[in-house]
Ligand binder design. Structure first.
Ligand code: ADP
Ligand code: MG
Length: 300
């Protein structure tokens, strides 16, 4: 006999445990079923799937991008009727900042002036003229295209060609984005930097201070006054470009009121709760994400 669950959820990051608990609470409340597994249950889960003892409507994989031991589970489930949320193959392609920069430019999204530099391994003597750097302005930002997440390897205040040369040497197999530095305005006493979460067709926007990593919920007044529906348009366009079920985007508003998109598509969003961590995500957004999954993927 096959035991059927609405959702399978895997995680390997210890801080995803509280997210998994929220999922269980909400699923229980709605009479839905979820099976959660982590490092110690990879093999047993695999055996149960292979022997068709368990089946699922959907799989939320929060692990295989960082731990290849989880990969066989997604492969097995891809041969069933299970809906795979953010398939790794799709995510791998669209989180590349260089790839997405070009796609977003074509789609007319407001991006900071940028140049894409090929990997050192592919083009050792790539020439960047001082004119290009003068166009971009100083200081400028240097960031790896593929090795992303949490600002790792990002130079926020590069001033010299040497900074680019040194960065390229750090990740010789990666392309780099050389980008105009954007200075956000201060509105409502807050740094005008936002994180937009696309969740299965729904959109959740919050202030996200990129220097202190603090989320704050947006009030109706702030939403209206700053015309933040513009951020929803941006998220919707990225959804069309990347095809992921969920992702987050960073954008800033400058003194002139213009929006610039800074970080295009982040696939494995942080769901640590603000109640437990000063830099966590507001509960309303984490819960909203779970309800959006239920509504739009499980169609309940
Ligand atoms: N063009 C930019 N202007 C100003 N700050 C930037 C710019 N690009 C990146 N940053 C800063 O660097 C941080 C990390 O860059 P980001 O593009 O978000 O890459 P990651 O994928 O590592 O999060 C951002 O949150 C922001 O603080
Ligand atoms: Mg970022």
């Amino acid at each position: 006999m096959t035991r059927h669950y609405n959702l399978l959820l895997s995680y390997t990051w210890e801080y995803d445990q509280e997210f998994a608990e929220r999922v269980k609470i909400i699923f229980n409340k709605l009479g839905l079923s979820v099976l959660v597994f982590t490092d110690n249950e990879i093999e047993s889960t695999k055996t149960l799937i292979e022997s068709e003892q368990i089946s699922f409507d959907a799989y939320l994989d929060r692990a295989s991008d960082v731990d290849e031991r989880y990969e066989p589970i997604a492969i097995l489930l891809s041969k069933t009727n299970t809906y795979l949320i953010n398939p790794q193959k799709v995510a791998e392609k669209v989180i590349d900042k260089g790839y997405m920069h070009n796609e977003a430019l074509k789609a007319g999204l407001p991006l900071p002036l940028s140049y894409i530099i090929p990997p050192l391994d592919e083009q050792k003597d790539y020439y960047i003229s001082e004119n290009i750097l003068n166009d971009i302005g100083k200081p400028f930002v240097v960031k790896p295209c593929f090795h992303t997440g949490g600002g790792e390897g990002v130079l926020k205040n590069a001033t010299h060609l040497y900074d680019i040369i040194q960065s390229r040497g750090n990740l010789p197999e990666d392309s780099y984005l050389i980008q105009k530095k954007i200075y956000p305005a201060t509105f409502f006493d807050k740094r005008a930097w936002f994180r937009i979460l696309w969740a299965f067709g729904d959109i959740y926007i919050s202030w996200w201070d990129d220097e202190r990593f603090i989320y704050q919920e947006i009030t109706n007044e702030e939403y209206e006054c700053l015309k933040l529906s513009r951020l929803e348009e941006i998220s919707r366009k990225f959804s069309g470009l990347c095809g992921l079920d969920y992702f987050s985007t960073e954008a800033a508003i400058t003194e002139s009121g213009d929006i610039f998109v800074i970080d295009y598509v982040n696939d494995q969003c942080d769901f640590r709760l603000k109640n437990n961590h000063p830099d966590g995500v507001p509960e309303a957004i984490v819960d909203g994400f779970i309800y959006s999954l239920i509504k739009n993927i499980l169609k309940v």
